[in-house]
Design a protein around this ligand. Sequence first.
Ligand code: UGA
Length: 431
Amino acid sequence: MSSRICIIGTGYVGLVTGACFADVGHKVICVDCDESKVALLKSGGIPIYEPGLEDLVKANVAEGRLSFTASTEEGVQNSDIIFIAVPTPPQPDGSVDLAFIERVAREIAGCMSSYKIVVDKSTVPVKTGQKVAEAITRYCKAKVEFDVVSNPEFLREGFAVEDLMKPDRIVIGVQSQRPVQAMKEVYAPFEAPILVTDINSAELIKHAANSFLALKISYINAISIICEATGANVIEVANGMGMDERIGRRFLDASLGFGGSCFPKDLSAFIKISEQLGYDFKLLKEVQQINAFQMERFVKKITDTLWVLKDKTIGVLGLAFKQNTDDVRLSPAIDLCQRLEKEGAKLRVYDPKAMEKAKTVLPDATYVPEMNFVPEGCDALVIATEWPVFRKLDLERARKVMTCPIMFDGRNLFDPREMEALGWIYKSIGR
Ligand code: UGA
């Protein structure tokens, strides 16, 4: 059955959700207060790089199932279910800024003239649903009935369409049974298990899941320290651990640390939420510390090997915070580049998708249009993002055009023995 859906906020979550909902047959109106973004989307442009998204948006706009507007009123009045997918940015103390959520709740309330289901998809602190319901009650002049639902999103950037189309689970947090059937109809085409909970639990599931995934990465990064001290190999340790179904192999890739717009922000928020609830979540503070230490250790590896960075040329492959995205927000790669520049190094950088966005935060680097041109004249090469294409780097050519064939691999893309056999000084993580 087709549902009439409005999605407020056309960031990663909102736009991908809107496109996927339309693709399975729902009628979707995406609302954004940024008129230039709406104009771009209406003209067939996509503000972010996400595999498969552009085709999906174009096809569904053409079929008349997906449209864009800057008017919340238009979206709300033509829909039965309204999803909120606006940013919930961090504040300086780590807590979440809920001003966008509150404003949208007021706006929705102001134009509701019949029963609506208002669904929060943004990552929010536990108990936000209650606040949204209170705000709508307060600002709804028409005094119509409504239900608030929490429906956290678990998609990963770079795999967003895939994750949304084939989710592991759908979590629906409700305060009454009334919206459950309509929500199940929205998700029926996705054939995923649906878990119906209370609103507070649904909100907590999101923060608890993201913190656990970040913890898993910090755990393997801590193990990488022990591996380096003993000559063990972190990939073999992760493989052996991951074969235990209770643990699982995914998110056990040691790295120079996690980044992005979710894990760092959500960890800080969850620590803050716990603190406000009277619990000092020291375990998660340690997750943050291991993550910061992993970057420091990596920079130290570079400075220990190159001795003085001033006037050295370093090639950096990867600027995005992970593969398959052009997103550089809180990217470990950018953090690393800024630290190297601060030490006086000159950078030659390349990323398959993130160069344009990186230029604003890393204006002094030399942007090289092709990865195989990066090594020219470099004293060392750094792998900072796990783009699979970097494995295809012409190592023979690179070795010849570099001042010294030294590679610091922050993503363990190459085999240490093979690299040494090819004449490289090769340093990676936990091996
Ligand atoms: C993360 C979660 O994985 C999603 O489930 C969640 O929906 C999303 O946050 C969100 O809250 O919106 P995302 O930040 O897009 O998704 O990216 P991840 O694939 O989780 O990667 C995060 C960081 O961890 C990246 O810097 C990545 O390189 C790093 N990472 C990941 C590792 O260092 N090792 C790993 O084994 C996995």
